[in-house]
Write a protein that binds this ligand. Sequence first.
Ligand code: FMN
Length: 391
Amino acid sequence: MTFSCTESSCPQFTFDIFGQKLIYAHRFGTLLRLQRAQPACHSGWMLYSLLRPLIFRFDAESAHRLSIGALGLMPSLPCFTDKVLASRVAGLDFPNPVGLAPGYDKNAEIAAPAFGLGFGSVELGTVTPLPQAGNPKPRLFRLVEDRAVINRMGFNNDGREKVAERLSKLDLSKLPGRIGINIGANKDSVDRIADYVAAIQRLGLLADYVTVNISSPNTPGLRALQDKAALDDLLGKVVAAAPEGRPVFLKVAPDLEPADVADICQSVLEHRVAALIVSNTTITRPPLKSHHREESGGLSGAPLRDLAHQRLIDFRRASGGKIPLIGVGGIANADDAYARIRAGASLVQLYSALVYEGPSLADTINRGLARRLKRDGFSSVTDAVGVDVPL
Ligand SMILES: Cc1cc2nc3c(=O)[nH]c(=O)nc-3n(C[C@H](O)[C@H](O)[C@H](O)COP(=O)(O)O)c2cc1C
C-alpha cells in the first residue's frame, strides 16, 4: 500500500491500495476529479482506520465530496443479511433496520451504491424546490475529540428538478432496500408550505417514502413549523398532496419541550403521518472538548446520543406507541442501535459516526444487532421494539 501526496506542488493525491489506484485532484477546496484505475472493492474500505488520518487532512466538506465520489465508483457487493433483521414499517419492507440519514447524499448522487455499504434504507436530501447554495463556507466541522460534527450547511442542494432527474433513473423495485426523499423549503420562499406540497407532488412517486423536514436549525424560522397550528396546516396539505401509496414521515428536532412533543403526536396521529423521525441535530451545546465547539449550527454525533434517545422515549410515551418511530442521533455501534430499538425505534439512521467509524459501519452494526437479538431470544427486530419502555 502506498500513498503519494504532492498537495503543495500539484494539488493531487494518489492512493495505491493493494493494487487499487485511486487518484483525485483537490483545488480551492473543491474536488475536481476522482478516477479508478482498477475496480475498488470493500477490502479497500476496510482500510478506513489507516486512511482516516489522511482523509482528516482535508477540510470536512472536501472529505465528504471525496467519499461521495469514491462511493459512486464502488461495485455493488453482497452485504450481511439475516431474516431476524427484516421488518415491515409504515407498509414498507426493510431488509434491515439501519438507514443512512439525510444530509450525506443531499442530491441523490449515490443512492444505489449506498446500499452496497449494508444500509437497509437510504434517505436522500434535504431537497428544496429551487437549487440553493447554502451558507458560506466553512460550514461543516469535525469535532474529533468529541466524535461529533457541527454543520450549518443551510440546505445546499441541486434543487427538485435535478434530483428528480437522477431519481427517475432508479428502479425502486430492483434496489435491495428502501429509498426515502427528505424535502424542505427554500430559505427565501414566500410560501414554505407550498414548497413542501410541490416537492411531494414532484418527488413522491420517485421514492418509497417522503420525509417532511421541519427541524433543520440552519434555515431561519423553519423550526417554527413544529408549532401546533402551523404543523396542522402543513401536514394537512402535504399528506393530501402525497401520491397514493407513498407514506409521509415527519422529522423533528431534539430540542423540544414536553408540550411540543404532545402537540406533535396529536397532529401526526390526526393527519395520518406514517412515522416520526427523532431526531435532527441539536442547537444545544453539552460540554465539548474540540476547539470548534463555539461554531454555530446543529450538533450531531456522540454528544447528541443521550438527548435523541430520551426524546425518542418521550415520543413513544406521548403517542402511546401508536406512531412508528425512527431513531437517529449519535448511533455509532450495535449497542447504541439496539438500545434505540429497545427504547421504541422500529428503524434507526446514522450519519456522523460514519466519519469516525468508516463505511463498514452499517454492516458491522447489522451483524452485532443480529447477534444481540438472537442472544435475547427475539425472532425478529420488531419483537424488540420498545421492550425497555413499556406503555
Ligand atoms: C453535515 C450534515 C448535514 C445534514 N443535513 C441534513 C439534511 O439536509 N436534512 C436532514 O433532515 N438532516 C440533515 N442532517 C441531520 C442528520 O440526518 C441526522 O439527523 C443528525 O446528524 C443526527 O444523526 P447522527 O448523530 O448520526 O449524525 C445533517 C447532518 C449532518 C452532520
